[in-house]
Design a protein around this ligand. Structure first.
Ligand code: OAD
Length: 278
């Protein structure tokens, strides 16, 4: 296809998407790592993604993390830095901003698998974090203890970076560097409220997300591979209840309509189309 034909096809798809949304009230935006890609946070499963360098069985389960900490604390420090640094330095991109502005047109629930707090920072008012949040620290029973600031995250990432090249590297020092997340010195260990593999999803967000998906007239699915269950079930919940699914991402997936491209380009273009037709 020529560039001209390409642009015309994108235009047609945007018009079709605006048509699917026309006159609808309840919209769910279901997001994954791809929506934050242009904020500088890598996805998990694309080439060069987090799981390529750090396999989930070693870094995304409680037992895997404990074993990695004992066997190879330097790798654990690298992993923590790779996770914390981009999130600490991120700010919302044009996709997060456009998603928050969809509230001018619809009753919007954002359901996100991301733990980076960027939808809230962009101004979305109803965000369900089904995989939790890196910013909320909980006790072992899941009770909320404190909310971290991005500045604290930046300091932890910088401390881990310094420590990685120090000849006085030890596991206790790694744990001390991430003290705001783990609360060392407390009688029990704290943890960030992120969902690891094998754990239940974050409540009450998960229950609210399921209800929102069931009620949605349209679900805009942005930047997710849809491979991690049970979150991946949400588009099916919407479809089964009669709602339409619009997908956004560079690689076409399963949806009633696919808008191909990066979230930070496509979602603002869709918003412009909606405004033009309003
Ligand atoms: P994945 O890494 O599995 O998928 C990211 C998706 O974003 C892929 O479909 C990419 O094609 C797409 N993508 C890449 N760049 C994009 C861009 N600029 N704009 C739009 N889309 C883009 O990430 P998730 O689907 O979020 O869970 O993964 C789901 C869960 O798996 C995560 O929440 C995490 C992970 O393991 C846990 O750790 C429990």
């Amino acid at each position: 296809m020529t560039a001209q034909a390409d642009a015309a096809a994108i235009d047609d798809a945007l018009k079709e998407a605006a048509g699917l949304l026309h006159g609808k009230r309840r919209v769910v935006v279901f997001t994954g790592a791809g929506v934050s890609k242009e904020s500088g946070i890598d996805t998990f499963r694309d080439i060069g993604g987090l799981w390529e360098m750090f396999p989930p069985d070693e870094f995304a389960t409680v037992s895997g993390l404990a074993q990695t900490a004992m066997k190879d604390p330097k790798r654990l420090a690298q992993f923590l830095k790779e996770v914390l640094h981009p999130i600490a330095h991120a700010s919302p991109n044009a996709a997060h901003d456009a998603i928050s502005k969809l509230e001018d047109h619809f009753d919007v629930d954002v359901i996100t698998q991301n733990v980076d707090h960027l939808h809230q920072d962009a101004g979305s008012s109803r965000v369900h974090e089904v995989h939790g949040s890196l910013f909320r620290v909980v006790d072992p029973g899941g009770q909320p203890l404190r909310v971290l600031r991005r500045e604290q995250m930046k300091k932890m990432a910088a401390d881990l970076n310094r420590l990685s090249s120090s000849r006085f590297f030890t596991l206790p020092r790694v744990l001390r560097a991430v003290q705001p997340l783990l609360g060392l010195g407390a009688s029990v260990m704290h943890r960030p409220n992120v969902v690891l593999f094998g754990e239940g999803l974050n409540e009450p967000d998960w229950s609210k997300a399921q209800k929102a998906a069931e009620r949605a007239d349209v679900m805009l699915m942005v930047g997710t591979s849809g491979t991690v269950w049970p979150a991946a079930d949400l588009p099916l919940v919407t479809a089964e209840a009669g709602g339409k699914i619009i997908g956004v991402g560079p690689e076409e997936g399963d949806a009633d309509l696919w808008l191909q491209g990066n979230a930070a380009t496509v979602v603002p273009a869709l918003l412009r189309q909606l405004k033009a037709e309003a």
